[in-house]
Design a protein around this ligand. Sequence first.
Ligand SMILES: Nc1ncnc2c1ncn2[C@@H]1O[C@H](COP(=O)(O)OP(=O)(O)OP(=O)(O)O)[C@@H](O)[C@H]1O
Length: 258
Amino acid sequence: MGASLVVSGASKAFGGVFAVREVDLVVEPGELRAVIGPNGAGKSTLFALIGGQRAPDAGAVRLDGVRIDRLPAHRRAQLGVSVVFQAARIFPRMTALENVMVGAHTATHAGFLAAAVRWPAHYRSERLIVSRAREALARVGLADWSTRPAASLPLGQQRALQLARALCAEPRLLLLDEPASGLRAAERDELAALLADLQQEGLTMLLVEHDVGFVMRLADRVTVLDLGRVIAEGTPAEVRADPAVIAAYLGDRQGSAA
Ligand SMILES: Nc1ncnc2c1ncn2[C@@H]1O[C@H](COP(=O)(O)OP(=O)(O)OP(=O)(O)O)[C@@H](O)[C@H]1O
């Protein structure tokens, strides 16, 4: 089961300008929450405050009640926060399976050590990693691609590969940064189906997304940021009808609202 995520009063400024300003966010266990907003709204910054790529100037981030906002990203990973970044962070010449195995080694160091203690011989934990990596690949529909070099996978599959790597760490909170970006329509549909499966399994997910249409059909609830503040929150239907949201998007140069 997924963890709860509570962000309270989180702020982060760059050169005196607030990117995120007094943001409160409560994500229930098993919820799929989308964070949307026009360009420069503070989505990436909020994402980084939760994932640990940045520390807030003020406020707190709690995972199942435990404060994580002062911890470096790798410690948060050990506590169950897994991140899928927008830019593919793959090792292009390594196989798909090896890419996922690297994730299992780095992201779950604590789990890995515990496994090493439980399993006397090192090679047995190595075997454990291989079997977990295979499981994760199968879970995202990449079982047949395991021996292919990662660079040979189409973008949609590369994104799924990153998802497999994140899942290998057995996350309690999965953070996805613009997972649909750059994907073709069919790939987007596959990704949506995959995320819906994880949602069914009760994993807590927070995704930051530019593609409003993509999140509107997936998210349990949507949080809308504008100029660093939460301007609306609710079900996709509520948010879509909210005048403040419509106004914020009309003011956006790209006018990317659904
Ligand atoms: N490292 C930084 N240094 C200075 N300003 C920054 C930095 N990162 C973000 N900002 C500023 O903070 C604000 C919020 O940026 P952020 O990238 O979090 O928004 P966003 O909603 O993710 O935008 P986009 O949809 O365009 O990616 C913007 O005004 C941005 O210029």
